[in-house]
Design a protein around this ligand. Sequence first.
Ligand SMILES: Cc1ncc(COP(=O)(O)O)c(C=O)c1O
Length: 457
Amino acid sequence: MSKDWWKNDAAGIPKIITETPGPKSKAMHASTTRYMKGLSSQVKLFPVCFEKGFGITLTDVDGNKYLDFSSGIYVTSLGHCHPKVSEAVAYWARTLMNAHDFTTPVKEKLMIKMAEILPDGLNAIQLYSDGTSAVEAAIRAARAITNKHEFISAYRDFHGKSLGAVSCAQMYRGETYSYGPTRAAGFYMVPRPDPYRPLWTKKDGTIDTDAYINFYETFLKESTVGNVAAFVLEPAQGWAGSIFPPDDFFPKLRTLCDKYKILLYDDEVLAGMGRTGEWLTLNHWGVKPDIVTFGKSFGNGFPVTAMVVREENGGALEKISASSSYGGNPMACAAALASIEVIEEEDLLNNVRTVGNYFMKRMTSMKANHPIVGDVKGKGFLLGIELVKDKNTKEPFDEAGKLVYQKAFRKGLAWIPAGHILRMSPPLIMDEKYAKMGMDIIEEAIAEVEKEFGYNN
Ligand SMILES: Cc1ncc(COP(=O)(O)O)c(C=O)c1O
C-alpha cells in the first residue's frame, strides 16, 4: 500500500463551513451530556462532535473538516483508520474475538515482532487493554521482582487513574474534590529536572542534573525505609506539557538505580512506539530500563497495551497472576502487530525525526517572535509551547492557553491543549506541508490572543 493513502482525503483542509462547534454538534453534545458526565477539559472548552476520522483529518457532524494535531489523545499515531490496522482488526473480528490468554497465530507473530524492536533482553511481555492496567501490573511486577514495596515517581508525571497508578502522581489539587488520600503508603514523589523551570542550577545558570540525583540519594536514606522497588518515570512528561529532561538525566538515574538495586520503570504509554522518533523514548539516551509499559499508539486506536520486563525477571510475571480477560485478544494483537509493521513499512521513525526538526525550528522562531511564548520543547512529534505572562517571571498564562486552544480549533485545528502549555501530538504520517499548516494556525491564534491581552510584537 502506498504511504500516501491519506493524502487525497486531506486535500482542501481545513474546511470550516459552519460556526464551530456547529448546530448539530451543539445539539448532540447537549443531549449526550444529559447523561454522560466527567468529561475532560478539552471537550468542555470545545464541545464538538466528531463523526469520522481518516488519516490526518477529523470531520464533525456539521461537515467541518479539521487538521488533526491530537491523534485522539496520542493514540491514533498512524492516522485515523489506517487501512492496514483496520483490516487486521476486522479480520479477527470476523474470525476469533477472544480466546482468553491462549496462544493464537497473531499473538505468536506479535511476540516475535516485539522482541525484535525492543532493546536486547527486554522481552518478557504481558498484554492489557488500557495504560492504567499495564501500569498496575508493572507495579505488582516490580514488587515481585525485588521483594520490595516502595516506589518513587516524579512531580508532574502521570501514570493513570487507578489507585496504584494515581499513587505515582498528584492528580487532585486546588479546589478539585478529592475522594481520599491520593497516594497509597510507600509511594513518594520527587522533583525531576525541567530545563525551563529548574529547581537547582549550576553557576552558569544551566540546570544541575547532579543536584537532582544527589537529592534522590539523600531522599532514599531519609524518607524511605530502604525498600524501594522502582523509580517510576515517564521518559518525557506528556500530560505535563511535553517536558524533556536534560540528556544526562536518565543515564545518571540508571547509575543511581544500579547502585541501590532499584528498578528503573520507564512508562512509555504516551511517549513510546515512535512518537519521538525511537521505539522507546529512553533509547535517545542509550538507557535500558528494567520495566516498560506501552499503550496509546501501540494499537493505533484499538485498546491494547503492554507491560514488559527483562527476560531474567520473566518469572515474576508468573507470580502476579498477570493475565486478564481482554489482554492479548486476537483483535488487539492484530492491531498492535499491524501498527508496528506500518511504522517499519512507511519508515515513520525517520519521518518523525525529519518533520520533527521542522516543528522544532518553527517553534523556536515562535519563541523569538512572541512575547507570551516562554519556552518551546519536544522531540519528534511530542511537542509543547509554554505560554507565560512575562518571560522574566515565567508566570504561567492559563487564560491565554485556553483562548489559543479555542481560536485554533475554530480555524480548523483539532488538538489537545487545556492549560498554559500547548500540547501537540500530530499523527506520525504527517508531512511538512501539513505540519506547516498546523503551525501557521497556532501562530495566528497566538498573535490574536497577544493582541487581545494588549501585548505588542
Ligand atoms: C504516561 C502514561 N501512563 C499511563 C497512562 C494511562 O493510560 P490509559 O488512559 O490508557 O489508562 C497515561 C494516559 O494518559 C499516560 O500518559
